[in-house]
Design a protein around this ligand. Structure first.
Ligand code: HEM
Length: 166
């Protein structure tokens, strides 16, 4: 408690903030913006959705960059500090990263200008459900990682090995 690492603290704060912003935004779109805009006349609906898409794309790209950078920093700090051998940490970390990259790909297509993105947006309601479900799975997997016992690495005891020669 008394030795808080400021880099680790800021990195975790950025990671959680980026996750909250991106996942919260996706939930808002799925349950509020998308259904509410469905009943607008076609021209207004298209205008609104295009305005939201182009602005939200910047938040999505920023959040992905922050999540990857701070996620890697957190990971290397954790494996440097804690002895996770014999736990399922690496297995769950691998699954989390795979699902997270699926979320990043889908979110990028949904806000992008590619042909595939346009096709996916025609069924935006369905793809938003997939996106939100996968993002919630990533959060669950993050909680699993956090719940795995992190035993601090014991530094080799030099006194013991030096004194036991005979
Ligand atoms: C959709 C994307 C992601 C979401 C929603 C997400 C969410 C979270 C959350 C909520 C935590 C718990 C934070 C805490 O209590 O300190 C966490 C921890 C973590 N995340 Fe992510 N994350 C995402 C992507 C990533 C990626 C891409 C990486 C790696 C490249 C990563 C690596 C980590 C690590 C190492 C931890 C710490 C786990 C531990 O305490 O042992 N995350 N993440």
């Amino acid at each position: 408690m008394n030795d808080i690492d400021p880099v680790q603290l800021i990195s975790r704060w950025l990671h959680i903030t980026a996750a909250a912003a991106a996942v919260g935004g996706a939930i808002f779109m799925k349950f509020a913006l998308h259904p509410a805009s469905e009943h607008l006349p076609e021209t207004e609906r298209k205008q609104l959705r295009e305005g939201v898409r182009s602005r939200w794309a910047k938040v999505v790209m920023g959040a992905i960059t922050v999540l990857i950078a701070t996620g890697l920093l957190n990971f290397f700090t954790i494996i440097g500090r804690y002895d996770l051998k014999g736990t399922k940490y690496h297995m769950f970390f691998g699954i989390k990263v795979l699902v997270a990259f699926g979320v990043f790909a889908l979110a990028s297509f949904l806000v992008g200008r590619s042909e595939l993105g346009q096709k996916l947006r025609q069924k935006a309601g369905t793809w938003l459900t997939v996106l939100v479900s996968l993002a919630l799975l990533v959060i669950l997997l993050s909680n699993v990682l956090k719940s795995i016992d992190h035993k601090p690495k014991t530094t080799a005891a030099p006194a013991q090995s030096a004194g036991n020669s005979g």
